[in-house]
Design a binder for this molecule. Sequence first.
Ligand SMILES: [Fe+2]
Ligand SMILES: [Fe+2]
Length: 318
Amino acid sequence: MEQHFTDTIDAGRRIEPRDWMPDGYRKTMIRQIAQHAHSEIIGMQPEGTWITRAPSLRRKAILLAKVQDEAGHGMYLYSAAETLGADRGDLTRKLIDGRQKYSSIFNYPALSYADVGVIGWLVDGAAIVNQVPLCRSSYGPYARAMIRICKEESFHQRQGYELLLAMMNGTSAQRAMVQDAADRYWWPSLMMFGPPDADSPNTAQSMKWGIKRHTNDELRQRFVDMTVPQAARLGVTLPDPDLRWNDERGHYDFGEPDWEEFKAVLSGAGPCNAERSARRRAAHDDGAWVREAALAHAARTRNPPAERIFAATGAPDA
Ligand SMILES: [Fe+2]
Ligand SMILES: [Fe+2]
């Protein structure tokens, strides 16, 4: 069975839910998919605070659709984790209790409407660079979920860039807001690719299993190369004095993110960690009556619409 598993991966074919897989593969896959799902769900919060304060009905409709897409991404991913035997209610509890992590980027605040644009441009942009290779993940349900998610992320990035272009063509105050947002989000975006390769001990095993296709540093470089010309086109200065084209390497050189800050934010000491967790916990508690009502309804009708509702809200605690 182990040989068949290895051969399947080596031949570039997918592992499917009913296939035998090593425990370590299953655990790693559940952890990765759960962290990804949690990131999508927590990621609704920074921009979500701006829905009621959008500057026009058009911007409100766009932002509402974008934040709703992120909820959908979370749902596909929790479903993918379930195909590995994970329990959605259990994953939600682990997120709420702080036993499972989500991307460090969502622990930074969104301070102005320019942040909505910069999050779309840089955060969704970094997410795309991270996720496009995952469309070839060795685990079938994850890879297939990723294809649709990447298409939607690409829309997200464009709406962010379009918003920034509009602001950069606006008043000097609006241009200053965009520059300020880019200054705050540039380094945290680079941190989205994870620690430097030298500090990423699981990379080799994950590459062997086809869970990971490129190292953190390779993806970070790809993101920088893609983003620098976009910043120039916008007229935004990226806050890195070491950023310059290197003819010899055929890539941009860039400075080192503050990895101490990265570790602090990951371990719970970021500017918004407590707020994000409290909000998620409150949303879960506020939804308890929906889960109870759905269960009662299911028991009465014996025709379980509850399962469909839980697919959107997470399973009840009991
Ligand atoms: Fe997403
Ligand atoms: Fe997105």
